[in-house]
Design a protein around this ligand. Structure first.
Ligand code: IPE
Ligand code: IPE
Ligand code: MG
Length: 227
């Protein structure tokens, strides 16, 4: 018997959800925000301490400029709208990724919500934005080499310079929409994470799906190479 401390989710399938309904892709992204709200509440209720949501990858810049711009605006408005509620619910909001490369309006909103919620002690909600696992390793390695100069770099030195140090590695990585790949997510941290795939598109994902995953996790036997 074990409970999930940290769950990380690749929220995939917004576009296909919309297409299935004959709607433009952006409608799928909007519905995706509703799913996030449900899952944040449920994760908190289920006693999960860390929830990491893959929101924009370093590869997502390849999409049409209009969609990329829409996604950043949607993140800005959703964070602004939800900030007070999240704060009231004792949620600490954090961000992982090359935040300095995203539009300034979103960087500003990110700074505000980080500051507002930084002392909260409930759920840690982490948005991975302009995030790439390889980029994170390279960024950490460069910082570690700068600090430790001519010393040999070890695992702990890299850990110290991850985008958000001092959080437990994900117990389980979930991907929606039927795709079964990591797409550059948590390359360093997920080496021993359990994996869970569901065919549901992200906008259809909700509390009962999260519950199912919590139950499934309890049945998994983690060995970490031991016996
Ligand atoms: C996930 O949904 C959201 C982001 C990657 C930003 P997609 O936009 O990838 O939706 P599909 O995979 O095209 O259906
Ligand atoms: C992964 O989804 C990134 C996010 C969910 C933010 P993608 O839709 O970008 O991944 P691929 O291109 O199908 O691997
Ligand atoms: Mg996708």
């Amino acid at each position: 018997m074990q409970n999930i401390k940290h769950i990380a989710i690749i929220m995939d399938g917004n576009g296909r959800w919309a297409k299935k309904k004959g709607l433009p892709r952006i409608e799928g992204h909007k519905k995706g925000v509703d799913a996030i709200k449900k899952v944040v509440r449920a994760a908190d209720d289920f006693g999960i301490k860390y929830l990491t949501l893959y929101s924009f990858s370093t590869e997502n810049w390849k999409r049409p400029k209009k969609e990329v711009e829409f996604l950043f605006r949607l993140m800005e408005s959703s964070l602004k709208k939800e900030a007070q509620d999240l704060h009231k619910n004792n949620v600490r909001v954090l961000f992982a990724g090359r935040i300095n490369e995203i539009p300034l309006f979103l960087q500003k909103t990110i700074e505000e919500i980080k500051k507002l919620t930084c002392k909260n002690t409930g759920l840690n909600l982490i948005f991975a934005i302009n995030y790439g696992g390889r980029q994170e390793i390279i960024d950490a390695l460069n910082k570690a080499m700068e600090k430790y100069k001519n010393k040999k770099i070890d695992i702990n030195m890299i850990n110290k310079f991850l985008y958000i140090p001092d959080i437990p590695e994900p117990d389980i990585v979930v991907r929606t929409s039927g795709e079964q790949r990591m797409s550059n997510f948590l390359t360093w941290q997920a080496i021993y994470s359990e994996l869970y795939f569901t065919d549901k598109f992200w906008p259809d994902f909700g509390r009962s799906d999260l519950k199912k995953i919590c139950d499934e996790y309890k049945r998994r036997k983690r060995r970490f190479g031991g016996l």
